[in-house]
Design a protein around this ligand. Structure first.
Ligand SMILES: [Zn+2]
Length: 248
């Protein structure tokens, strides 16, 4: 059940039985020579939509550009300033709350978003905390898909070596499962990319010339992606159930 595929009467009917909505949130940024620009948004979207289907929970449009300034030395990367992202998240949340949504489950696909999302939640809560209005309050939850119960074990099973930190075989497998025709091949040298700190965009490209950090994404395959998605969906469905029932 996806918001952009419903009519307004269908949304009105939905709100009579549930106040919960899942919002996939990610990034549009380089993911090495074989990874798709949309990897972080696609992972959250694929898992989120499937989980919404299984749990009977509405899924919002994907918030698909995030915090990616450190990837800007690679063509195609798009980024929001933290202040822009906070403002946009607040407006998304206010719009949904205006119609009666009370539980926003933000399924995140990008580690670089975490700090800004946390700040956005503070901004979203700020108005309620300073008002005298009683009654149900908006509740936001952030979940990083790779930290869901069962997902790490599944990823390690397929990729015990070369998972790394960026352009990982796990996330790229999820996108290859979702878009098998978009699979890419490229010579990777070295086979496993180096690890190191992340600073600004130029420094990133100097340290990690092909965009990968610590990973060997040549291992990525749709079959692994299917299993990783299945594990993540199971966990999200479970969390949506308890999150929807929690008292504000
Ligand atoms: Zn990623």
């Amino acid at each position: 059940m996806q918001l952009h595929l419903l009519s307004w009467p269908e949304v009105e009917t939905y709100l009579k039985k549930s106040k919960t909505i899942l919002i996939p949130i990610g990034s549009t940024e380089q993911h090495g020579p074989t990874g798709l620009m949309g990897t972080d948004a696609i992972c959250a979207e694929v898992i989120g939509r499937r989980a919404g289907e299984d749990a009977g929970i509405l899924v919002a449009p994907t918030f698909n550009v995030g915090q990616a300034q450190h990837h800007m030395a690679f063509p195609g990367t798009m980024t929001l300033r933290p202040s822009t992202m906070i403002a946009a998240m607040v407006d998304w949340a206010r719009s949904l709350a205006h119609h009666g949504f009370e539980r926003l489950y933000w399924l995140n696909g990008h580690g670089g978003n975490i700090a800004t999302m946390t700040a956005a939640f503070s901004e979203i809560y700020h108005a309620g905390s300073l008002s005298d209005a009683k009654g149900a309050r908006l509740v936001c939850r952030m979940r990083n898909w790779w930290e869901l119960p069962g997902v790490g074990d599944t990823c390690r099973q397929f990729f015990p070596v070369g998972e790394g930190h960026h352009a990982t075989p796990s996330e790229i497998s999820v996108t290859y499962y979702a878009y098998p025709k978009a699979q890419k091949q490229a010579a990777l040298e070295p086979k496993i990319a180096p690890f190191g700190p992340i600073n600004d965009a130029a420094d990133y490209r100097r340290r990690f010339p092909d965009g990968r950090i610590g990973s060997d994404p040549s291992q990525a395959n749709p079959e692994a992606g299917e299993k990783i998605v299945a594990a993540a969906v199971r966990a999200v469905v479970e969390e949506l159930r308890t999150f929807s029932e929690e008292k504000a």
